[in-house]
Write a protein that binds this ligand. Structure first.
Ligand SMILES: [Zn+2]
Length: 253
């Protein structure tokens, strides 16, 4: 069923449910498995309570909720020019190389998968939008997002997280603020993401959005989906422009 064609609520399954789960990635957050269970209901009630300011959230996604999700997307546009790889060789989002290939001598896990995914994972960008909503006091900008194998080679970097699975967010210092303030601010943001987006600090759990801990990322916030199982890292989840990120559908209910 296409998103927008029916009211969504507990026990329903389908691609439209997966689309909903993805769009609400930053409101508690679950996986895009297409099954509307208690985790998805929590996403919906969180969105209704926090964004829609509903006194009694229903957990039911009707036309009004779908319209508000579209409004939420429009309020927090993503400028893909800020996300592009700076190498000058690829067109901004890698060249689709190295699928199924891993860094030599390292375990065959996603952290060492060399594949240049075709864009940035939609979950991480929708989750970033929710962060922008929850913390309007910060003037967030994308510090680095896509960095392909050419860029990695040039800079002697081994990490492949930025092959589409990660974004780094930065908050510029205000006048009079110190590096110490910056570190505290980033800690506070990570704390908020754990609370509001069901993210984890570090990479212990599978299928959770992950944040680099303070010792690795003192003055920025690194957010990634490298702990996702392969099925949640399918090419279809990646996008290179706002139209595909939004995937706007007519609301027909
Ligand atoms: Zn590149």
């Amino acid at each position: 069923m296409e998103y927008g064609e029916r009211i969504l609520q507990q026990t329903l399954t389908g691609d439209d449910v997966a689309e909903l789960q993805l769009r609400l990635a930053g409101f508690r957050g679950t996986l895009p498995d297409g099954e509307f269970g208690p985790g998805t209901e929590l996403q919906v009630t969180t969105f209704q309570r926090d964004y829609m300011k509903m006194a009694t959230p229903t957990g039911i996604v009707d036309r009004a909720v779908m319209e508000k999700i579209d409004e939420f997307a429009d309020k927090f546009p993503v400028n893909f020019a800020d996300l592009k790889c700076p190498c000058g060789t690829c067109r901004g989002f890698g060249q689709g190389k190295f699928k199924g290939l891993y860094i030599t001598g390292r375990p065959r896990i996603e952290a060492f998968h060399r594949y240049e995914y075709p864009g940035i994972h939609r979950m991480i960008l929708w989750a970033a939008r929710a962060l922008f909503f929850y913390m309007p006091e910060h003037n967030f900008h994308f510090n680095s997002s896509y960095r392909c194998s050419v860029d990695n080679l040039r800079r002697g970097r081994l990490s492949t997280n930025h092959h589409g699975k990660a974004i780094d967010l930065d908050v510029p210092l205000k006048t009079g603020e110190t590096k110490h303030d910056d570190r505290d601010k980033c800690d506070e943001i990570r704390g908020r993401l754990v609370e509001t987006a069901n993210a984890q600090i570090g990479w212990l759990g599978t299928n959770r959005k992950s944040l680099e801990p303070r010792d690795i990322a003192p003055t920025w916030v690194h957010y990634d989906v490298r702990q996702y199982e392969r099925k949640y890292l399918d090419d279809k989840f990646f996008c290179t422009n706002q139209r595909d990120l939004d995937n706007r559908k007519p609301i027909k209910i």
